[in-house]
Design a protein around this ligand. Structure first.
Ligand code: C2E
Ligand code: MG
Ligand code: MG
Length: 713
C-alpha cells in the first residue's frame, strides 16, 4: 500500500466494471454475471458492510477499504490511505515475528507478482502494544492486457483461533513434557495391542528403547503367567464391559527380569463411542510388592525354621479340607511335640535348642509327601497337614514315617541328640469340620500319646473328643470345688527302712466331686495347671497340710507337700510357705516341699530365688519322681536340694528287672555321694523292701507301709 489519491467506495477501481450482460446465453463465469443484477453502488455498499476486511489497492496505494478493514487494522480510512510515513508504533509482521515491510504485504505482492497470496499470516502490532493475527488473501487484478495493476485483499481476524491453537500447542507441549518426565510409564496402544507412543519412563521400566517397541505388543511384555489374564481384561474393555481396569501384574524387564507393575488401562473412544486406542500407565511396584511379600511371609512363617506358622497352617488345613470335599478324600492333621525338649533347651542352652528345632524342621520337611505341609506352632510343637488321605491307617503310616525321620541321632553343635516326638493324629471325618477343631483334636491325641510314654503316636477318637469336652467341664467345676471346699488331703507315710518308723507323710490332694466321687490328682491336676487354678489350690494345700501336721504334733514327723511347676514359675511361693507356717505354727524343719525334676531344670532366676528363700527359711526341698527326667544333674549342685525321691517306675522292677535294681542302686549311691536324703517311692512288696535294705536305701514310701489316708498319724 502506498500513498495514493483518495478514492471513494464505488470509485473507479482497477478492474473495469463488468459490461452489462449481453443477451443469453450468459457467460459461464458467475462473477461476470453479477453486475447486471446489482448496481455498482449496491455492490459497493455490500462490500462496505462485509464483516471481512476488504482492501483494494493499486500502484498508488490503497484506493478502497471497507470499515471492517479499518477496524481490523485499527486505522481510519485516512490513515489507511496514508500509511507512508506509517503510524508510529503500528507495524505488520510475518507469522514468525519478522517485520513485514509494506512492499511485501500480501496485497502489494499480489499486485507486483500477479500471483494470488493465499491465507498469508500477518501479525499486526498496534501502537499500544497489542497483537492481532490476520489471515490475508490477496488476488491480483489485471488489465485487459493481462498485466496486474491492482489487487484486492480480504482480511480475516484469526487472533482468537491463533490463541486457541497456541494454547492447544502449549498444553500439548506441557503434556508431552509431563509425559516424558513423569516416573510413571505411559503408552498409547492401538486396538491390536501395538505401541503407538511411549514415554521415557515406560522405556526405562521395561528396559526397551522406544524404537524396539514399535513391533511389540503389550502382551509381549507381560509375564507368561499373566498374558491370558491381561488379554482377557483388554477384550472385556473392547466389548464395552468396562472402560478402565487396574491390575497388579508381573512384567518382564528386558524380556527376562520379573518385575511387578501397577497397570492402569483406559479405553479411549471416538465421538461415536467406537474404541480408538488404549492408554496404559505402568507404575513400578516391585519394591513395595517385595516388601509386601516379605511382610506376608514373615507374618505367616516361623522366623526360626521358616515353616508356616499357626495362621498359615490353619489356612492350609482349610484349603486341604475344601479340596478334600471335592475329591471325597480326608485330611489328616498330625500334631507333633518333641519329647523332653524343654529339658534339652534348659540343660544344653537355647542356641542348641534352636539348632535342634531347625534340624527337626528339616527332617520333617524332607519326609513330607508332595502337597503336604509341615508347620511350627511355637516351642517344640510342629504340625503336619496331610492332604488326600483315605483313612486313619494312611495317616498312621505318615506319622510313623515322620517319627523315623525325626528320631535318627543328630549331631548338633558337636553334641549327639536323639530327638523323638509324640504325635497326635486327627483325621477329618467330615469335610465340614473346622480347622481349629481338627488341630485341637490332634493336640488332645498328642497328650494321650505322651501319657503312654515318649516317641508314640495316638489317634483321636470319639472318646478322646469327649474327654476334651470333659476338660472344660472340669475346669468349670474345679472353680466350684474350690469355692465349696470339695478338696481334701490324704497322707501317706514315709518310713525309715532301718527302724520301720514313720519319719514323715506326703500330703496328696483329693477332690470329693459331688457326682463323680473321690478323684485322684491325675484326673484334674493338668486342667488345674493349665487354667491357673492350681495357684489357689496349691496355697490351700500348703495351709491345710501345715495346719494338720502342726496339730498332729512333733512326733508324727514332717509333712511333704507337692508343689506344681505353675507355683514355682510365679512369685509368691516362699511367701505362701512362710504364711502357712506362721498361721499353723509348724516349724520349718517339719515341712518338705516336693518339686519334680523338670521344674528344677527349668527354674528361671526368679524361681531360683524363691527356692533359695525356702532354704533360708529352713524348709527342705526334695526332687520328686527322680530319674524320669533328663538326667542333667547339675541342678543338684546349683540348687538347695536336700533330698530325692526315686520314681516308683524303677521300684516296680525291683526283683524282676535287673536293670531297675542297678538304677535304684546307682541313684541311692548318687544321693549318698551328694549327701542328700533318698526316698524310694512305690514300695509294694516285701521283696522290694528287702532289696532296698540290701542296697542301703534309708527311706521308702509305698502301699506296703500304708496307703494315702485322710488322717495324719
Ligand atoms: P507323687 O508326688 O509322686 O505322689 C506319689 C503318688 O504315688 C501318689 O499318687 C500315691 O498315691 C502313689 N503311690 C504311693 N505309693 C504307691 C504304691 O506303692 N504303688 C502305686 N502304684 N502308687 C503309689 P496320687 O495321690 O495319685 O498323686 C499323683 C501325683 O499327683 C503325685 O505324684 C503328685 O505329683 C501329684 N500331686 C498330688 N497331690 C498334689 C498336690 O497337692 N499338689 C500338686 N501340685 N501335685 C500333687
Ligand atoms: Mg510327691
Ligand atoms: Mg513321686
Amino acid at each position: 500500500m502506498r500513498d495514493g489519491q483518495e478514492h471513494q467506495a464505488g470509485d473507479d477501481i482497477a478492474e473495469a466494471p463488468p459490461e452489462p450482460a449481453p443477451a443469453p446465453p450468459a457467460p459461464p463465469v458467475p462473477s461476470a454475471g453479477w453486475g447486471h443484477l446489482i448496481p455498482d453502488t449496491v455492490f459497493a455498499a455490500a462490500v462496505a458492510a462485509l464483516p471481512v476486511g476488504v482492501i483494494v489497492q493499486d500502484g498508488q496505494g490503497v484506493v478502497l477499504a471497507n470499515d471492517a478493514a479499518c477496524d481490523l487494522l485499527e486505522l481510519s480510512h485516512a490513515q489507511l490511505r496514508n500509511l507512508s510515513p506509517p503510524v508510529s508504533g503500528w507495524q505488520l509482521a510475518h507469522g514468525d515475528g519478522h517485520l513485514l515491510a509494506l512492499e511485501n504485504a500480501p496485497g502489494t505482492l499480489a499486485m507486483t507478482t500477479g500471483r494470488v497470496q493465499e491465507d498469508a499470516p500477518v501479525v499486526l502490532r498496534t501502537p499500544d502494544g497489542r497483537k492481532r493475527w490476520l489471515d490475508i488473501t490477496a488476488v491480483p487484478l489485471r488489465r485487459s492486457d493481462g498485466q496486474p495493476h491492482a489487487a484486492v485483499s480480504s482480511l480475516t481476524d484469526v487472533t482468537t483461533i491463533r490463541a486457541r491453537e497456541a494454547a492447544l500447542r502449549r498444553s500439548e507441549e506441557q503434556f508431552r513434557l509431563a509425559m516424558d518426565h513423569t516416573p510413571i510409564g505411559f503408552a498409547l496402544i492401538d486396538l491390536d495391542g501395538r505401541f503407538v507412543r511411549v514415554n521415557r519412563a515406560l522405556c526405562r521400566l521395561i528396559g526397551y528403547h522406544a524404537d524396539d517397541l514399535r513391533d511389540r505388543t503389550l502382551q509381549d511384555l507381560a509375564h507368561p503367567d499373566d498374558v491370558a489374564e491381561l488379554a482377557h481384561q483388554v477384550r472385556r474393555m473392547l466389548r464395552g464391559e468396562r472402560d478402565s481396569v487396574e491390575l497388579e501384574k508381573r512384567y518382564l524387564r528386558c524380556g527376562t527380569e520379573t518385575m511387578w507393575g501397577l497397570l492402569s488401562i483406559a479405553l479411549v473412544r471416538d465421538d461415536n463411542g467406537a474404541p480408538l486406542y488404549l492408554i496404559v500407565q505402568i507404575q513400578d511396584i516391585t519394591d513395595s510388592r517385595r516388601t509386601h511379600d516379605l511382610l506376608t511371609h514373615l507374618a505367616l512363617h516361623d522366623p526360626l525354621t521358616g515353616l508356616p506358622n499357626r495362621t498359615l497352617v490353619l489356612d492350609r488345613i482349610q484349603k486341604a479340607l475344601d479340596r478334600g470335599r471335592r475329591a471325597g478324600r480326608n485330611v489328616a492333621v498330625l500334631f507333633c511335640d518333641l519329647d523332653n525338649f524343654k529339658v534339652v533347651n534348659d540343660s544344653m542352652g537355647h542356641e542348641l535348642g534352636d539348632a535342634v528345632l531347625v534340624e527337626v524342621s528339616r527332617r520333617l520337611t524332607r519326609a513330607l509327601r508332595s502337597g503336604d505341609t509341615a508347620g511350627r506352632l511355637g516351642g517344640d510343637e510342629f504340625v503336619v497337614v496331610c492332604e488326600d488321605v483315605g483313612d486313619e491307617r494312611e495317616a498312621i503310616i505318615v506319622a510313623e514315617r515322620m517319627q523315623t525321620a525325626v528320631g535318627a541321632p543328630a549331631t548338633v553343635a558337636g553334641r549327639v541328640v536323639v530327638p523323638t516326638m509324640s504325635i497326635g493324629i486327627a483325621v477329618s471325618a467330615s469335610p465340614d469340620i473346622d480347622p481349629l477343631t481338627l488341630l485341637r483334636d490332634a493336640d488332645t491325641a498328642m497328650y494321650r500319646a505322651k501319657d503312654h510314654g515318649r516317641d508314640r503316636w495316638d489317634i483321636v477318637d470319639v472318646a478322646l473328643r469327649r474327654r476334651a469336652m470333659d476338660r472344660m467341664d472340669i475346669e468349670h467345676s474345679l472353680r466350684e470345688g474350690l469355692e465349696s471346699e470339695q478338696f481334701l488331703l490324704h497322707y501317706q507315710p514315709i518310713v525309715d527302712l532301718r527302724t520301720n518308723r514313720v519319719v514323715g507323710r506326703e500330703a496328696l490332694l483329693r477332690w470329693q466331686h459331688p457326682e463323680r466321687g473321690l478323684l485322684p490328682p491325675d484326673q484334674f491336676l493338668r486342667v488345674a495347671e493349665e487354667s491357673g487354678l492350681i495357684g489357689e489350690i496349691g496355697r490351700w494345700v500348703l495351709e491345710q497340710a501345715a495346719v494338720t501336721a502342726a496339730a498332729a504334733g512333733g512326733d508324727s514327723g514332717y509333712v511333704a507337700v507337692n508343689v506344681s511347676p505353675h507355683q514355682v514359675a510365679r512369685p509368691g511361693l516362699a511367701e505362701a510357705v512362710e504364711q502357712a507356717m506362721g498361721r499353723s505354727g509348724l516349724p520349718a524343719d517339719r515341712l518338705v516341699v516336693e518339686l519334680t525334676e523338670s521344674v528344677m531344670l527349668s527354674a528361671a532366676p526368679a524361681a531360683r530365688r524363691e527356692l533359695e528363700r525356702l532354704d533360708e527359711l529352713g524348709v527342705r526341698i526334695v526332687v520328686d519322681d527322680f530319674g524320669t527326667g533328663f538326667s542333667a544333674l547339675s541342678y543338684l549342685r546349683d540348687l538347695p536340694v536336700s533330698g530325692i525321691k526315686v520314681d516308683r517306675s524303677f521300684t516296680a522292677g525291683l526283683g524282676t528287672d535287673h536293670q531297675c535294681e542297678r538304677i535304684v542302686e546307682a541313684l541311692t549311691g548318687l544321693g549318698r555321694g551328694l549327701a542328700v536324703d533318698v526316698v524310694v517311692e512305690g514300695v509294694e512288696t516285701d521283696l522290694q523292701r528287702a532289696l532296698l535294705s540290701t542296697i542301703g536305701c534309708e527311706h521308702a514310701q509305698g502301699y506296703l507301709f500304708g496307703r494315702p489316708v485322710p488322717e495324719f498319724g
